[in-house]
Design a protein around this ligand. Structure first.
Ligand code: ME8
Length: 492
């Protein structure tokens, strides 16, 4: 049976992970965990984007060769994801030999099918975005819209990809929902891009960037970092299974990864919509990949802002997840990571930008996790002990709203459905007043109520696991009678 294949963007190695990267990676992690627990299994791919001018420039600042620099930095990134319990199945680096071979197979094939052609041209290039920009996209002062940099003027011979040949087919696939883009506003943006005559053939090789994958048929060229990067989603699967692709055709390559390919869900920020919704499917179509084997859903997140601007390594206005996690780890029994996961998933509706501060996170922790979640849990378990209610509830979780939300990749909706259940228990405790039933000796009624509430808590423990795995473990221990506190108040 095909596994649920979920990807994150592969991150540039010019810094360490910040909240923005943590966000996309956490969404992918939740979906992978959900599908392992309730679906047909998952293959979760993440990794690092190691070629191109931006990484080469960063390595110079560190006085290292690009290879030494990427070895050092990719180990840091992988280490952070491990520390943060990100359950990826494979970590792909674009300096991986399988990846290089695949990219060379791809560019060779595009040449053979006449989908690329050489051309001299002059354009503006922003190294921060690793992207060509047009005059009309620039901010005041001639700066790139997302980076505080003036684009370079590039004059070179490159190979251009015939995007124009594939735009109508990609448009049709998006309009028919065969490539699904969430949220709707981003789907509309992709449609506009595909209808825009300015979005046309584009350069897929570079002449003056030496830190890149060599183009096999033209030694003056390396691959443009974006075509290189996008194919990580295929090479990652191949490398994870140690598949040797030398001398294989694209069809033969795909046949080897049929239990994983195509990606079911690709998570990314809104800055890279064009590459994934326009270029990526067009490349795959040009390689002759059938429509049913194209990526299924693209989920586009908004940005974490800091002082009203995109939190960004290039700008330097970042918050790193570890700072917040350490703070909450000290207050709770090691639940810092879960608390941050909860807050960002519940605070940032998919697609919207959000400004997250430590104060805001503390506020949400206190009002929701301490006052509602932890409090309801402690009350029910406290009463079960005090009134000596002996129940061994079976967990027969249904929670249709929760599963419906996951089918739509709506993690916020899934969290909402869990809290509805918590609220119901809280309201029932207030209206049934179990302490009075106990005093009045109404044991049967008390037992039935306690049985229902404990069953609900068992079920919540199961369904919260993909979202807050450490919390789920603690809840299991709590339900088994251990004397521990789940979300304590912050001492002022
Ligand atoms: O673009 N808020 O890498 P990258 C939310 N290598 N998400 C953010 C964010 C923010 N402030 N900043 C970054 C690249 N992200 C390419 C991708 S994929 C084939 C190649 C997230 O390191 C967001 O998901 O600049 C963005 O798309 C991703 O980090 C990659 O950023």
């Amino acid at each position: 049976m095909k596994k649920f294949f979920v990807t994150t963007p592969i991150y540039y190695l010019n810094g360490e992970p910040h909240l923005g990267h943590y966000y996309a990676t956490t969404i992918a992690d939740v979906l992978a965990r959900y599908n392992r627990k309730f679906g047909s299994g998952a293959f979760f791919l993440t990794g690092t984007d190691e070629h191109g001018q931006k990484v080469a420039d960063a390595s110079k600042k560190d006085n290292l060769s690009p290879q030494e620099y990427t070895d050092k930095l990719s180990a840091i990134w992988e280490g952070v994801w491990k520390d943060l319990d990100i359950s990826y199945d494979y970590f792909i680096r674009t300096t991986n030999p399988t990846h290089k071979v695949l990219c060379q197979v791809v560019i060779q094939k595009l040449l053979e099918t006449n989908d690329i052609y050489p051309q001299e041209y002059e354009a503006l290039y922003c190294v921060g975005a690793e992207s060509f920009v047009t005059q009309s996209e620039l901010r005041v002062g001639g700066l790139c819209p997302d980076h505080d940099e003036k684009p370079q003027i590039v004059l070179e011979k490159n190979y251009f990809f015939r995007l124009n040949k594939y735009k109508d087919r990609v448009l049709q696939l998006i309009e028919d929902g065969k490539i699904n883009i969430i949220p709707e506003s981003r789907r509309n943006e992709a449609i506009e891009l595909l209808k825009n005559p300015e979005v046309g053939d584009f350069s897929v090789t570079r002449e003056k960037v030496s830190w890149g994958i060599p183009v096999p048929f033209d030694t003056s060229q390396t691959l443009y970092v974006w075509i290189d990067a996008l194919f990580n989603y295929m090479s990652g699967v191949l490398a994870s299974q140690n598949i040797d692709i030398k001398d294989l055709s694209i069809g033969e390559i795909l046949a080897k990864i049929g239990d994983i390919w195509p990606p079911d869900l690709q998570v990314m920020g809104k800055d890279i919509l064009k590459f994934h919704a326009v270029y990526w499917p067009a490349f795959l179509l040009a390689l002759g990949i059938p429509e049913e084997n194209l990526p299924k859903t693209i989920l586009i997140t908004g940005f974490f802002l800091s002082d009203g601007r995109k939190m960004s390594k290039s700008i330097g206005n970042v918050i790193v997840p570890q700072d917040i996690i350490t703070y909450f780890d000290e207050i709770t029994d090691g639940l810092g990571n879960d608390i941050l996961r909860y807050v960002i998933l519940r605070e940032m509706r998919i697609g919207n930008d959000g400004d997250i501060t430590k104060e805001k996170i503390i506020g949400i922790y206190e009002s929701e996790l301490v006052n509602k979640f932890g409090n309801t849990f402690s009350r029910v378990i406290g009463m079960a002990k005090k009134y000596d209610v002996q129940v061994q509830p079976e967990s027969s979780a249904v929670f249709q709203d929760y599963h419906n939300a996951f089918q739509k990749y709506d993690i916020y909706g899934a969290i909402h459905s869990i809290f509805e259940q918590i609220n119901i228990i809280g309201q029932e405790i207030e209206s049934h007043k179990p302490w009075e039933l106990y005093k009045e000796g109404k044991t049967e009624e008390l037992n039935t109520l306690m049985q229902n509430w404990l069953e609900s808590l068992h079920q919540i423990t199961e369904i919260i696991e993909p979202i807050m795995p450490s919390t789920a473990n603690l809840m299991k221990r709590l339900l088994a009678g251990e004397n521990i506190h789940i979300f304590p108040r912050i001492e002022k």
